[in-house]
Write a protein that binds this ligand. Structure first.
Ligand SMILES: [Zn+2]
Length: 195
């Protein structure tokens, strides 16, 4: 069994979605200052690094991160390599998908960002979860529509995956976001297990 970590490392200088502040990590108890232990305080946006978007991200009254069924985030998944595509991704690039699938999309630098047409294609085919290596799954100018289509259809969205070293194929996907009460997003440690 091989475990592949596909999570971003949380650090103050990590890549963030434009306009969002980076993490603040402050050591509040220090061995080097004579304290008995090292402990830090973490100030973190709910959409920092590799994270899950629950319905509540865009839909008032939608499920928060603590209410998402974990079987949406743990199970067999398929990585699709789209890194050779330079233009917008088309439904044909993704190909046939099965209802209930967990799809993970690997793109060129900057990651896979979907048009509304592709989001609708995924919704129409009844997928369960979509993950991307981009920090936002929506194409520029279509972020809101794409999120609304996916989250409105109760499709789990995982953003900021690290897929550059992952080959296309089948894996066991394990994505466990922090359980924040009525959280509108959840930073997550995500791994693929090769069986
Ligand atoms: Zn997000």
């Amino acid at each position: 069994m091989k475990v592949i970590d596909i999570s971003m490392t949380i650090s103050p200088d990590m890549e963030m979605y434009p306009g969002e502040p980076g993490p603040v990590i402050t050591r509040i108890s220090k061995l080097e200052s004579g304290d008995q232990y090292n402990v830090s305080q973490l100030i973190l946006g709910t959409h920092t690094g590799t994270h899950v978007d629950p319905p509540l991200h865009l839909i008032e009254g939608g499920a928060g991160i603590d209410d998402m069924p974990l079987d949406m985030l743990v199970g067999p998944a398929r990585v699709i390599d789209l890194s050779h595509i330079q233009n917008d991704i088309e439904p044909a690039d993704i190909g046939d998908v099965e209802p209930g699938e967990i799809l993970l999309l690997k793109g060129k630098e900057g990651g896979v960002r979907l048009t509304t047409a592709v989001a609708q294609y995924l919704m129409d085919n009844g997928i369960k979860t979509v993950g991307t290596d981009a920090l936002s799954i929506g194409a520029a100018g279509e972020e809101y529509e794409v999120h609304t289509v996916l989250l409105g259809a109760d499709i789990a969205v995982v953003e900021g995956l690290v897929l550059s070293a992952v080959e296309a194929g089948q894996y066991l996907f394990v994505c466990l976001p922090l359980k924040v009460a009525t959280g509108d997003g959840g930073p997550a440690r995500v791994v693929l297990i090769e069986q």
